[in-house]
Design a protein around this ligand. Structure first.
Ligand SMILES: NC(=O)c1ccc[n+]([C@@H]2O[C@H](COP(=O)([O-])OP(=O)(O)OC[C@H]3O[C@@H](n4cnc5c(N)ncnc54)[C@H](O)[C@@H]3O)[C@@H](O)[C@H]2O)c1
Length: 282
């Protein structure tokens, strides 16, 4: 349902690779809510992925950029302001990648060159987006920056590897830059900590299917989908949330606040009984 929540606003969406991407859903919803946007992704993703199809559908342009490159990011802001006809109101950072995860290096056997890349691509790129925007004075007053995080920043989850460190850094950058940007320019900076979601990046995490199922069962409202995440992003880009900044906002069906659920308790009791009954336990 469209409510013109972003009517007249200009935005940049980084990270739409295919129609499973969270950024893809956000781009579609933003346009539905009256925004004009540009899209950006790596030159390789633009060649191999479906970002161009989305741009065609939404009647906009794709600006290829590696989010670890300051000059590429400068170009994204420059071309976006030219194309959209003014300063930007909202930016989505929907970018994550870990070469250690890809190459199946475990957390106690990290390749440190890969770790540098994980942190640079998945977290420091957000600092670069913020710093470049501020220096270029590219953002309107009451503008809104969002990045996507995961609860592995606070809690240890098997298999999330060095992406946990990247998310902790991402959330810290959000607070530190959010303070300065808020104080000086009334621009807000937040992260949304999203449920496990079936996307290309998500499927790289070890045991993602079981993790997805676990949090689905543990969350009183179930996992949040990519489309629901897009709705939350729209609210955060809208004028309805102008005083929300420096926050990590959980969008996870309640998972982050659950210790023990009724369902988990029953399952626990069941497996305990099984163990007692098992002949191998004498
Ligand atoms: N899928 C999940 O379970 C889940 C849960 C919580 C948070 N998130 C976060 O959501 C965000 C979006 O991921 P997604 O799940 O939609 O997967 P996705 O694979 O669709 O999106 C990841 C994007 O990052 C882009 N990217 C990688 N390296 C880049 C670089 N150097 N410069 C610019 N872009 C680059 C990819 O091209 C891709 O478009 C990520 O930050 C991810 O960590 C995902």
């Amino acid at each position: 349902m469209a409510n013109d929540l972003l009517k007249g606003k200009r935005g940049i969406i980084f990270g739409a690779l295919n129609d499973m991407s969270i950024a893809w859903k956000v781009a579609e919803r933003a346009v539905e809510e009256g925004a004009t946007i540009t899209l950006s992704n790596t030159p390789m993703a633009v060649r191999m992925g479906e970002t161009n199809e989305l741009a065609e559908k939404l009647n906009t342009i794709v600006i290829p950029a590696d989010a670890t490159s300051v000059s590429d990011i400068e170009e994204v802001y420059k071309q976006s302001m030219d194309h959209l006809g003014g300063k930007i109101d909202f930016v989505l950072h929907s970018i994550g990648m870990s070469p250690n995860v890809r190459k199946k290096r475990t957390y106690d056997d990290l390749d440190y060159g890969f770790l540098d890349k994980t942190l640079n691509i998945s977290a420091i790129s957000f600092h670069k987006m913020l710093q470049v925007a501020k220096k270029m004075d590219a953002i309107n007053e009451w503008g809104s920056f969002l990045a996507l995080s995961y609860i592995a920043a606070q809690r240890t989850l098997y298999g999330y590897n060095d992406m946990a460190d990247a998310k902790a850094l991402l959330e810290s950058i959000t607070r530190s830059f959010g303070y300065i940007y808020g104080r000086e320019k009334n621009v807000r900076v937040n992260t949304i900590s999203q449920s496990p979601t079936k996307t290309t990046a998500g499927s790289g995490v070890k045991g993602i299917e079981k993790l997805f199922d676990f949090s689905e069962r543990m969350s009183p409202l179930g996992n949040a989908t990519a489309a629901e995440c897009a709705d939350y992003c729209i609210m955060m880009f809208s004028d309805l949330t102008r005083k929300v900044t420096m926050q990590n906002l959980f969008h996870d069906g309640g998972f982050s606040s659950i210790g023990m659920s009724l369902r988990a308790m029953s399952q626990y009791e069941k497996s305990f009984d099984d163990e007692q009954d098992s002949p191998s336990y004498g």
